[in-house]
Design a protein around this ligand. Structure first.
Ligand SMILES: [Fe+2]
Ligand SMILES: [Fe+2]
Length: 474
């Protein structure tokens, strides 16, 4: 169904034919807008921002671009087209028809899954709300705001499901999604990473690379769900999500490129000299990478999980790209896991495959993360330097799962707590690293200008030049 932009709430779900649902969502809409004004991007609400808006759910040509004031953005409900032939792709009911309504026994679990996903969307907007002022260029500022409005739309995607399929409980959950706030002492967001403040643009790029990529894998798992409306909404969210990871990937790439230029100009690899020249030394990039990668790994949950097993068995949440696996039932397989042996060493444990689904998904995520690292290293190699960025071990600095609280070095080797404490400043951003990064964060809001710590992008947005006026201030 094509997108209806005549309704107050743009949608492709024929919202007008269900007056009760339409009214309920129209009631939630002003609350969402209040939230956006209060906790969305600070101070740029009257700027004209060159944004894309979804016009179709086709992967090709699905958006139009134009200047929009953010509060006027047409947030709406867009589901990928329904495939009438679609069958359950995994678990105990493999091959049966997918569900258009929720089976009663899975109601509470699905609600929890949808609320947990939904909670991350406004959380990231809140985390990033102070970044506009210190944007390194209008191009970057526009990308930030694009990500922000789309995370707002992802909230709409989940709120639609809550309202349409969960009755009163769903409406209450939708309210609470606007009541919890990132970092709030009393009502924090559900997941830890989404309560970490993002005060600088290096963190923002790491977040969009690593944490939005967690989002990608969660959405891919939910896009496999037997609950068809959830699968369809997540499929379309993935189309938008790709840009968020692009922002992170190219952002880190540009930081690295600029650093290499400075290293060449000054003929030095000395971090102090590079910092004095107003750039970000590569060891600091590595520390920020260590921080955000390890934090994002926790979002996948424990390695061994009976919840994950029952989500899989019941067809609620599959593996990303489930069709690529041979066995969709996964009852006879085992999975080996490296866990602490309680004596400062490592032992291997075998667990039923279904209980390992979190770790299976995390494994695909790690591979995907590594592709960017390879690309960034190629840039460093081409410039003639031997430094290499790398992903730390999945055992490093974990707060969830079998390695939670077990001290290891970045290669995953278990070490004594004392050693961990003395080395931590070499592995994670220290106060002085953070102070240096903050000292570089001065907004560059002049058309065509770029901050000195980051290289310009290769190309602009939607075939426009890099120096296009992506944000018009007033
Ligand atoms: Fe999102
Ligand atoms: Fe995202």
């Amino acid at each position: 169904m094509s997108i209806n932009y005549q309704d107050r709430i743009p949608n492709n779900v024929d919202l007008g034919s269900n007056r009760t649902l339409q009214r309920a969502l129209e009631h939630w809409q002003p609350e969402f807008l209040n939230w956006w004004q209060e906790l969305g991007p600070r101070d740029f609400q009257v700027a004209d921002v060159y944004l894309r808006t979804a016009t179709s759910v086709d992967a090709k040509g699905w958006a139009t671009y134009g200047y929009v004031r953010m509060p006027d953005y047409r947030w709406g409900i867009f589901l990928a087209d329904r495939d009438a032939e679609r069958r359950i792709g995994f678990g105990d009911s493999y091959g049966q028809e997918v569900w258009q309504q929720i089976p009663g026994e899975y109601r509470a679990t699905l609600r929890r899954l949808i609320v947990t996903q939904g909670d991350t969307e406004p959380a990231s907007v809140e985390q990033q709300r102070m970044l506009g002022h210190i944007a390194p260029s209008l191009y970057d500022m526009r990308n930030l705001f694009q990500v922000n409005v789309e995370e707002g739309r992802h909230l709409w995607a989940m709120v639609y499901l809550l309202h349409a399929y969960f009755g009163r409980d769903g409406r209450e959950e939708a309210e609470e999604l606007l009541e919890r706030h990132s970092g709030d002492a009393d009502k924090p967001r559900i997941l830890g990473t989404f309560n970490e403040p993002i005060r600088d643009w290096l963190s923002f790029f790491m977040f969009t690379y690593f944490t939005d990529r967690d989002g990608k894998f969660q959405l891919k798992s939910l896009a496999e769900s037997s609950f068809d409306p959830l699968a369809r909404t997540c499929s379309f969210m993935l189309t938008e999500e790709a840009h968020h990871m692009f922002v992170g990937d190219t952002g880190i790439n540009r930081v690295v490129r600029r650093t290499l230029e400075v290293m060449k100009e000054l003929n030095t690899e000395d971090p102090v000299a590079i910092r004095n020249a107003g750039a970000i030394d590569l060891p600091t990039v590595q520390k920020y990478l260590n921080f955000w990668f390890s934090s994002s790994l926790d979002l996948f949950g424990s390695e061994t999980s009976s919840n994950a097993a029952s989500y899989f068995a019941n067809g609620l949440k599959g593996r990303p790209d489930e069709s690529r696996y041979e066995d969709h039932i996964a009852t006879d397989q085992v999975y080996s896991l490296e866990v602490p042996n309680g004596n400062g060493g490592i032992k291997t444990e075998e667990i039923p495959m279904r209980n390992a689904m979190n770790d299976v998904t995390r494994g695909s995520y790690v591979k995907d993360c590594d592709m960017g690292v390879t690309r960034w290293n190629r840039v460093i190699e081409k410039a003639g330097y031997s430094f290499r960025l790398s992903l730390p071990s999945t055992r490093f600095r974990r707060n969830i799962g079998s390695w939670a609280g077990v001290p290891t070095d970045p290669t995953g080797k278990p070490i004594a707590q004392d050693e961990f404490n003395t080395q931590i400043g070499n592995w994670l951003p220290s106060d002085s690293d953070r102070a240096h990064i903050m000292s570089l964060m001065h907004g560059v809001h002049e058309q065509g200008k770029m901050a000195a710590w980051i290289a310009p992008p290769d190309r602009g947005i939607n075939n426009n030049p890099v120096d296009y006026e992506y944000v018009k201030m007033h």
